[in-house]
Design a protein around this ligand. Structure first.
Ligand code: ADP
Ligand code: AMP
Length: 216
């Protein structure tokens, strides 16, 4: 399966990505995770990305496209992949089409997770992530049973720097201006499936699996 997860910040892309990659045995490629890893490691890329991320802005297209192109050429992507948070602009989507064409492959589906704007800020501000394994929790909707400690691996949970109300509000606006046009872009390519993300996490996952034509 060659898949894209589309949706505003806080829609549940990362949460669903973990379950999707487990079911289909494909690598999870999150451009946000790649940037956060580079920030943690103190690389030049991390420094550059952070200056945009802290403001809720998108990292320039040419930087992101190069990273994704290199990643898609790795061996583990040959039987499929799940892109999470990429593409985020029409320029990125067009570049991805070109990369895939040159690799002689095409996308199967673009999963568009829809959630009302009013719910998104609370989702992102309440998000907590494990420093060790990257698992995502929510202080109200999906808490770890051990408080600030990860249920899955015992790691420490943290809040992303850009998950404060002001930056999240900016990120949602950036999504509406620059990323939402991709819904029509992939609809025209007949790749789009739209999923109601305002349901319980497992129910959203089941809807995704059914929309991909797979057995539960
Ligand atoms: P995204 O990757 O789209 O930004 P996440 O998957 O990180 O979103 O989810 C954002 C927050 O919302 C997390 O704290 C997550 O635990 C929570 N969440 C995800 N899906 C749901 C859901 N269906 N219902 C309630 N909370 C959810
Ligand atoms: P995410 O983890 O998907 O919420 O992304 C966090 C931040 O990383 C975004 O607000 C952007 O600043 C940056 N980012 C992630 N993916 C992209 C992308 N495809 N294009 C531009 N910026 C991105």
């Amino acid at each position: 399966m060659r898949l894209i997860l589309l949706g505003p910040p806080g829609a549940g892309k990362g949460t669903q990505a973990s379950a999707i990659v487990e079911k289909y045995g494909i690598p999870h490629i999150s451009t946000g995770d790649i940037f956060r890893y580079n920030i943690k490691e103190g690389t030049e890329l991390g420094k550059k990305a952070k200056s945009y991320m802290d403001k809720g802005l998108l990292v320039p297209d040419e930087v992101v496209v190069e990273i994704v192109e290199d990643r898609l050429k790795k061996d583990d992507c040959k039987d499929g992949f799940l892109l999470d948070g990429f593409p985020r602009t029409v320029v990125q989507a067009e570049a991805l089409d070109e990369v895939l064409k040159n690799m002689d492959i095409s996308l199967d589906k673009v999963i568009n997770i829809e959630v009302d704007k009013e719910i998104l800020v609370g989702r992102a501000v309440g998000r907590r992530i494990c420093k060790n394994c990257g698992a995502t929790f929510h202080i109200k909707h999906n808490p770890s049973t051990k408080g600030d400690i990860c249920d899955k691996c015992g790691g420490e949970l943290y809040q992303r720097d850009d998950d404060n109300e002001e930056t999240v509000t900016k990120r949602i606006q950036v999504y509406l201006d620059q990323t939402a046009p991709l819904i029509e872009y992939y609809n025209k390519q007949d790749k789009l499936v739209t999923i109601d993300g305002d349901k319980e996490i497992n129910k959203v996952f089941k809807d995704i699996v059914v929309s991909l034509g797979s057995d539960l």
